[in-house]
Unconditional design. Structure first.
Length: 745
């Protein structure tokens, strides 16, 4: 019995079927069967199915005697299926790499649910890919599995069959099958979700939903769209036969009327002569299935009422008025923004004509985030060393509290912001400034970057669309051409930056200013940091800081930290720091929604350097934090359970498993064993860390910021503080872990 039965109905998709089947056969997860159902297709679909079946025993071709439509074709596939779970894939769609492995892992982690709901992305003929805009409803926080009553918002997702995996025993026990006709997904998905004893979600794109220019039923003009009424009749008949589901009638009633309205409003679906008849049928269905006392949302109350009354002309007039009003609001808002934008740009152009202020410097980091990273370290040192320097920090108002006293806060998009960009002599950022920045000859722009690159960057992303996400590389290079200096932490970074950001800037291989704090902080300050974070005295604090995954919308579920906390015992705490692009911190594992009392969410803390100082060891994956953390000479453990997927989506500059900063865990069991045996802080760990530090931290001695300030702001080229030899550097602060600590089992 295979884990998955992948059912692929095929009708007039000969141009896409190869890609569809190849996307399944190329999966790293191999425990599946593919059932291709040739729905008496007049093109080569049947021959293609036979070709693949002849090549691979996991593929079987089922040829129907007559064209039955998507629903009955899927039923034929179900009848032949032998897998634990049913996965449906339309013949013109594809699975993403690692999709089946990701689905299998989530099913295992959530206790074999009846239904697993995953995400998709619409893919257009141009190659553009857009993720489902309602993907936030697939947040994996909360219970590992649940019933629909606990997460009714799932009904807002696209009600299709192919974004879910179904436990076959559940489908057979309930006797689910697809009806004939258009909209056959409707009387399948609603009953399945309402009946499921356990549902789980997977916040990952697994299916590429091809948006065909022609040939899709949603772009086909036909009276077959009247099938929608029979399909909803089937949904309500299902509810009527099960009194326990009666509470869903108001919800389904509103969904039905919204669906009718969508079809009626589409110019492509209904023949012109049949629109009046469609509205009459919609009104009849609305009256027949009406739930007395159930109220629609205010925005839909009038529209639903008019549909129920059959007032088609009034309904059309209301829709037209709403559409025109919406357009008027959009136009008015756009006009206001355009006028303000024009005024700001006119102001900026005037400021560009005025003299540059030689004592002014403006700083920013992380796309106008708070006071952080290399720019913050350089700003602080510049105020100390440069007489009369006036500094400003660009950040959103919400982050203004992080800006130190004596540094001016500049809100993005204001007149003061554009004045500062036009007239400040020094411009410092760890990402690029606004693309509209005009770099003046007398201005100096310093690009600090934000970490040593392990993952692929810059122009190396041209062939990696999942990571590039629509990057305008021509604009990127125009921004790079504005750089005067590029700061590098080590020779590896120098080689990467100069290749991936090619231009005429000067590279300053001075070390990483944000790491100066590791060499200049005393034990009293570390003790204070631990106390403010809530780390109990005498405890060992582990900092868990994963990086962002380009192949997922938000944060991926990390290791089961609750299990790890139980294994570690009462003398350990885990500080969880989610990446800024990955949503909430993954606090709990599959066991439950509430975090363990010894798991502390520190995602909102403004300084990752402070978190590193307060911790005794780091658990990470591909984050550049590892390159900084080894300055502390404290243990690093890498949790790399998705190396293949990460490499496929983003790519790395070297094999981190071959040259790691510490012990490598390939999964949760490895991670538990590493800590249970004290391997995480043994001699092998120390050897790996020392080699890593020697290669990537040759200039991190606590004086990187001073070297930068003296070279860029003071113009000194001679007499800069040379990097201290490793043997002469201040010994790193010792970890706080109590001697002889043992794990609680």
């Amino acid at each position: 019995m295979p884990r998955f039965s992948v059912i692929v109905p095929a009708y007039r998709v000969q141009a896409y079927l190869h890609a569809c089947l190849d996307s399944v056969l190329s999966q790293s997860f191999k425990d599946y069967e593919i059932i291709v159902v040739d729905d008496c297709s007049p093109d080569a679909c049947g021959a293609i199915a036979d070709e693949y079946a002849g090549r691979d025993p996991r593929v079987s071709a089922l040829h129907l005697d007559r064209n039955t439509g998507l629903g009955p074709a899927r039923n034929a596939g179900i009848a032949r299926a032998g897998g634990d779970y049913l996965v449906f894939l339309d013949g013109d769609d594809t699975l993403l790499p690692e999709a089946l492995q990701t689905i299998a892992d989530r099913i295992g982690a959530t206790g074999e649910p009846d239904v697993l709901v995953y995400d998709y992305a619409r893919t257009y003929w141009s190659g553009r890919s857009v993720r489902n805009v309602l993907a936030a409803h697939l947040d994996e926080g909360g219970p590992a599995s649940f019933r629909l009553t606990d997460r009714p918002e799932l009904l807002r997702l696209l009600m299709v069959v192919w974004n879910k995996a179904y436990r076959r025993a559940f489908v057979e026990a309930e006797g689910f099958s697809f009806p004939p006709g258009y909209y056959e997904d409707t009387p399948w998905t609603y009953p399945v979700l309402m009946s499921a004893g356990s549902i789980a979600v997977l916040d990952a794109v697994c299916v590429s939903y091809r948006q065909r220019r022609r040939g899709n039923i949603l772009t086909t003009t036909s009276e077959k769209h009247f099938d929608i009424f029979d399909q909803y009749d089937r949904v309500f008949a299902f509810i009527d036969a099960r009194p326990g589901l009666a509470g869903w009638r108001p919800v389904l009633y509103r969904r039905m009327l919204d669906h009718f309205a969508t079809v009626f409003a589409s110019r492509d679906r209904l023949p012109l002569h049949s629109r009046a008849a469609f509205f009459r049928r919609a009104a009849a269905s609305a009256r027949r299935h009406r739930v007395p006392g159930a109220r629609a949302p205010r925005r839909a109350l009038l529209r639903h009422g008019l549909m129920r009354l059959g007032a088609r002309r009034t309904y059309r007039a209301l829709s037209t008025a709403q559409r025109l009003t919406g357009r008027a609001r959009t136009v008015a808002g756009a006009l206001r923004r355009a006028v303000r934008g024009a005024a700001l740009q006119a102001h900026y152009r005037i400021q560009l004509l005025l003299p540059v202020r030689s004592r002014d410097a403006v700083f920013a980091a992380y796309w106008n985030g708070g006071y952080a990273c290399g720019p913050a370290a350089i700003e602080a040192k510049a105020r100390e060393l440069v007489p009369g320097l006036r500094t400003g920090w660009i950040c959103r108002p919400a982050d203004a509290h992080t800006v130190p006293t004596g540094t001016r806060h500049l809100a993005p998009g204001t007149f003061a912001y554009w004045t500062a960009l036009a007239r400040s002599k020094y411009l410092v950022n760890n990402v690029n400034f606004d693309r509209r920045l005009v770099k003046r000859r007398s201005q100096i722009l310093l690009q600090t970057h934000h970490g040593t690159p392990l993952k692929t960057m810059g122009t190396d992303l041209v062939d990696r669309p999942a990571a590039a996400r629509g990057t305008d590389f021509e604009q990127l290079l125009r921004n790079v051409d504005k750089w005067d200096f590029s700061l590098s932490a080590n020779h590896h970074s120098t080689l990467v930056w100069e290749r991936t950001y090619p231009s005429a800037y000067t590279t300053l291989e001075y070390g990483s200013p944000r790491n100066d704090v590791y060499h200049r902080t005393g034990p009293e300050e570390v003790a204070r940091l631990r106390e403010t974070l809530g780390v109990p005295a005498g405890s060992t604090a582990l900092l868990y800081a994963p990086t962002h995954r380009d192949y997922r919308r938000g944060g991926r579920p990390g290791p089961d930290l609750e299990r790890l906390a139980r294994v570690l015992g009462p003398r350990f705490v885990i500080l969880v720091r989610a990446h800024r692009m990955s949503g909430p911190a993954p606090l709990a594992g599959a066991a439950g929604p509430a975090p363990h009392p010894r798991i502390i969410d520190v995602t909102g803390h403004p300084s990752v350097e402070s978190l590193a100082l307060a911790s005794d060891a780091l658990i990470t994956d591909y984050s550049s934090l590892m390159f900084d953390y080894v300055n502390l000479d404290r243990p690093v453990v890498l949790h790399l359970d998705d190396v293949e997927a990460y490499e496929a989506a983003r790519g790395t500059y070297f094999d981190i498993t071959a040259f790691p900063p510490g012990i490598v865990a390939r999964g949760l069991d490895d991670l538990v064993d590493i800590f249970a045996t004290d391997h995480w802080r043994g001699s092998r760990s120390a050897q790996l860390r020392a080699a890593f530090r020697a290669r990537f931290c040759p200039y991190d001695d606590g004086y990187a910021s001073e070297r930068v300030v003296r070279r860029v702001f003071l113009g000194e080229t001679d007499g800069l503080p040379l990097p201290a030899p490793s043997a002469a550097r201040r010994p790193p602060l010792p970890a706080q872990q109590p001697a002889g600590a043992r794990l609680g089992r």
